[in-house]
Unconditional design. Structure first.
Length: 252
């Protein structure tokens, strides 16, 4: 799926909602129920692989089955493997094969801190994306990401360098909603790239601030919500509908 195709889906639904399939214990039946209830309001799904890895081979089987189901039942949805891998050489090639060949994800989250040769094997796949950690939503992000040299934070150095690796049809950046005052600086560093934004919902990030600071005229934004949807007391469908409704006015 290209950047334009993904933005077309976003404007068609007037929603940039990405649902995080972080359900424990893992269950294909639960995943299927969440997917079917939220698909009318979401444009993407993002299972965090830790939830599936911890369940051993049964968890991996659940993940494979979940991806295959979305591909068959809801083929226009964008699929992100939230794996946060980061390695070089043959190891990176095998990770790329895992998520792009065996399970047919559209994108995978990666740590960029080992440099280009840890990302290159993923970029060799046509019409697949890498989602690089830039400005994350966790409190300890400041331990490294806010280190400053050459009058610039480390996360901005990461974006500037990664912008030279591939175009905006291949690279997205993670930018946390918990620091809305810095989202504008991420957008300035990556003016035409997609941003994957976690932290809205259970982590307390403001959806309205995210939309104001990060959305472009083309769209270029995916807002991930996990716990606030899959564990909602009102049910996944109502929670997803509410989030999508709050986004709609920004796509009029």
């Amino acid at each position: 799926m290209t950047r334009q195709e993904l933005n077309n889906e976003i404007f068609k639904k007037r929603s940039c909602l990405c649902v995080g399939l972080d359900i424990s214990p893992v269950s294909f039946e639960k995943n299927k129920a969440v997917i079917d209830q939220t698909a009318p309001y979401a444009v993407a799904y993002k299972p965090n692989t830790a939830f599936y890895e911890s369940a051993g081979w049964e968890g991996w089987k659940c993940l494979e089955k979940t991806v295959a189901y979305i591909r068959k039942a809801w083929p226009n949805h964008f699929l992100i493997a939230d794996a946060k891998r980061g390695d070089i050489g043959n190891t990176a090639k095998e990770y790329a094969r895992t998520f792009f060949e065996r399970m047919d994800f559209d994108a995978v989250t990666l740590s960029p801190y080992m440099g280009y040769d840890s990302i290159k094997p993923f970029l060799e796949y046509k019409n697949k994306w890498v989602v690089l950690l830039a400005l994350t939503s966790n409190p300890s992000a400041e331990d490294f990401q806010f280190l400053s040299f050459e009058k610039k934070f480390l996360y901005k150095h990461v974006i500037d360098k990664a912008n030279t690796w591939a175009d905006n049809n291949r690279i997205m950046y993670v930018a946390g909603a918990t620091r809305p005052n810095l989202l504008r600086s991420v957008r300035e560093a990556a003016p035409n790239h997609f941003l994957l934004i976690p932290g809205v919902g259970a982590q307390g990030g403001s959806l309205e601030e995210v939309m104001k600071q990060a959305k472009t005229t083309d769209g270029d934004i995916l807002i991930n919500v996990s716990r606030a949807i899959v564990h909602s007391e009102k049910g996944p469908a109502e929670a997803a509908r509410a989030f999508a409704s709050s986004m709609a006015r920004f796509f009029s």
